[in-house]
Design a protein around this ligand. Structure first.
Ligand code: I6G
Length: 672
């Protein structure tokens, strides 16, 4: 079918506009169009290409999602081997590396490019005449797998280079990785679909990229960062590594904002320790940093040893996955009676922290992993998450071990343990008869986001329950000065202080109070929602399950639990006693007093947020009363800077406007 010239022109213009937008969105993090308009352009191009298939070009933005699944990956021979780097595990090894290089180069000091070592999968991207022709894994360094349809689905990888000054052949190497937030989200989806979860973001990135059906890769939150070049034909590149990376960026390739140029090896070590401190708060996992001699001529003089370049070294961080042994399995009883098995481990250093416990979650998880006392296991600790057992090494299992089964009697109070059909959790049926549940309930009641009773910590709570001074949360306001002063490590002064804190806590908000009651399924945000909806406690207490389920964001399980809680006479008595003791709130103030609403505040979003699309972030802020503006000015109250934030972040800093990162933003919307 002959395609009218007008249509050809229209398709070309759409392609250019969308590619341009991708560059602004993914590389500069400064989108020029609203998402809705971008989607509209994409749909328009898809419609044209559907009508006139001959219009489809390999670099069309519609071609990112692979069409036909492969049966296996074809092999790619790397024009220049993709060698890996030598590793250093101590400062001394790094200093020795620098010494060797300085001696070979006869120099006193070397300029280094320092970069993060992302924990993902090494990939080579081959561009010919600016067009992405091959994406390949490292494989054994000489031959890799052709994963072109898969890499094409990664939105930060340009299908066509920008500009016109790129070499005729340009091979770019870098890391494909999955940011932590995306990894957690993807694993949640896997759990919901009853699939096996990924052990870590590296496996997730590798597993996602090596999908024979590239449509599956397209659904995974993968990213790419360039860190080196391979074959280059028909073009000249700068002769400093740092400048090469800058040049790659001008051609539309993503580079890391954490890279730097430093002088001498001590500055490399300073970089290592600074990044190590930030490691847990980075939005992706890294396993170290890399130092590279920056001058390409010096790199060439140094050359390669048999297996790795002599001009670069990876300085590794303490491992986040290590081997240890399970010494015992204990059971903890939580506030709602939930039994959590905890593995007691032979102490081991994981990611720089000594770990002695790891959660085993529940019986299903224990069965799935077949964890037994005496087993050798891989323990993982990343970010601020609780250490976890990744898997057991069955070949190291001693003889005479037994599968672990949770007890059928509560280890604290001896009550029956019950597990409702379809639920993963087993619970102690003792209720407030169980000292463990009473302790947890009181600790929760006193916690900062509940009644905020300053100074009432775990040790005091234990004494109160163990000495039978308290039976339920309402008793806390009945204790006398003498009773407080008589507790271990308490004197007159401490007793006065805790009584003052108790008095202060009585002035609260309905949301805080509801959260403090510890109703099952009522976390902080549900408590806030209920307070905002009902304004008065009496109205909430009268609400039926049917009334509750009509409230947006309250599901049937929560509705049932809330209605059941307020039907229970024991709970009504506790509420009545708390109010009689002086616990009060104002019905005009439904939101927690410590957490201001965002009414009247102007926010600007810049950069890419990993945890949610920008429009969701905007909607969440607006729901809290904030105004979301697209430009930064002196009137802006706060800029939320996601990954690769660009000119708006610079402007905010210049104007002295408050800047928060994604983690702070998530905390803000959660606690406001
Ligand atoms: O495996 C690697 C990880 C990170 C690298 C690397 C890197 O730079 C940040 N750089 C080179 C040159 C090589 N492997 C070969």
């Amino acid at each position: 079918m002959k395609i009218p010239l007008k249509i050809q022109k229209q398709a070309a213009e759409l392609r250019d506009t969308i590619n341009e937008q991708n560059y602004y969105y993914y590389i500069l993090n400064d989108p020029q169009l609203p998402d809705s308009e971008y989607d509209r352009l994409m749909r328009e191009l898809q419609a044209l290409e559907k009508k006139y298939p001959a219009l489809i070009t390999p670099d069309s933005p519609t071609q990112r999602v692979g069409a036909t699944p492969l049966s296996s990956f074809p092999e790619v021979v790397h024009a220049i081997p993709m060698l890996s780097l030598a590793n250093a595990f101590s400062d001394k090894e790094v200093q020795d590396f620098d010494k060797r290089a300085r001696e070979r180069l006869a120099r006193n000091s070397i300029e280094y490019a320092v970069e993060l070592k992302l924990d993902g999968l090494a990939i080579s991207l081959r561009y010919e005449n600016g067009l992405l022709v091959t994406g390949a894994t490292r494989g054994d360094g000489y031959r890799g797998e052709d994963v072109t349809p898969n890499v094409k689905t990664i939105k930060t990888i340009p299908l066509r280079l920008r500009g016109d000054d790129y070499p005729r052949v340009l091979e770019v190497r870098g890391e494909v990785f999955m940011p932590t937030a995306g990894f957690n989200q993807a694993n949640q989806q896997k759990i919901a679909a009853g699939e096996k979860v990924w052990a870590n973001p590296r496996n997730a990135a590798a597993g996602s990229l090596r999908q024979l059906d590239a449509r599956r890769t397209a659904n995974r939150p993968l990213r790419f960062i360039s860190y080196a070049i391979g074959e280059v034909v028909g073009g000249k590149l700068p002769n400093r590594h740092s400048e090469i990376l800058q040049r790659l960026q001008t051609w539309g390739l993503p580079i890391s904002k954490y890279s730097k140029v430093v002088k001498g090896i001590q500055a490399c070590l300073d970089y290592y320790y600074k990044i190590l401190e930030q490691r847990d708060s980075l939005p992706f996992e890294i396993d170290g940093v890399v130092y590279k001699v920056n001058d390409i001529n010096l790199q060439e003089s140094l050359g390669f040893s048999s297996r790795a370049p002599r001009w670069a070294i990876a300085h590794k961080f303490p491992a986040q996955e290590v081997l240890t042994q399970i010494v015992d399995i204990d059971v903890q009883v939580g506030r709602t009676g939930a039994l959590t098995p905890v593995a007691r481990l032979a102490p081991v250093n994981v990611g720089g922290v000594t770990v002695t416990n790891a959660t085993l979650h529940n019986q299903d998880e224990i069965n799935r992993k077949d964890v037994r006392v005496g087993d050798t296991v891989i323990v993982r600790r990343a970010g601020d998450v609780i250490p976890e057992i990744v898997r057991v090494l069955p070949e190291k299992r001693p003889k005479n071990t037994h599968p672990y089964v949770l007890p059928n009697k509560c280890p604290v109070c001896g009550s029956e343990v019950v597990r409702i059909k379809g639920e993963a959790v087993a619970r102690c049926s003792g209720g407030l008869f169980c000292a463990a549940q009473r302790k947890q309930a009181l600790q929760h009641f006193a916690s900062r986001n509940a009644m905020d009773i300053n100074g009432l910590g775990e040790k005091l709570v234990e004494q109160l329950i163990d000495k039978n001074l308290i039976n339920n949360i309402a008793d806390i306001y009945t204790l006398t000065h003498e009773q407080w002063a008589g507790l271990e490590r308490m004197g007159n002064k401490s007793a006065v202080r805790i009584m003052q804190a108790l008095e202060k806590s009585k002035s609260t908000t309905l949301a805080h109070f509801l959260y403090a009651l510890g109703i099952r399924e009522v976390g902080e945000s549900t408590a806030r929602l209920l307070a905002q909806h009902f304004i008065s406690l009496e109205k909430l207490m009268q609400a039926s399950e049917t009334d509750l389920v009509k409230i947006p964001d309250i599901g049937p399980v929560a509705a049932q639990s809330i209605a059941a809680f307020f039907k229970e006479s024991h709970n009504l008595e506790i509420i009545q006693r708390l109010q009689a003791a002086g616990v009060h709130w104002s019905e005009n103030e439904t939101t927690p007093s410590k957490a201001p609403t965002l009414a009247g505040k102007t926010f600007v979003l810049t950069g890419t947020l990993i945890s949610m699309p920008r429009r969701t972030a905007k909607a969440r802020l607006e729901a809290l009363g904030a105004k979301v503006s697209s430009s930064v000015s002196k009137k802006t109250d706060c800029v939320i800077a996601g990954e690769k934030a660009g000119s708006k972040l610079t402007k905010a800093r210049d104007l002295g406007v408050k800047v928060i990162d994604e983690a702070e933003f998530l905390a803000l919307i959660q606690f406001t």
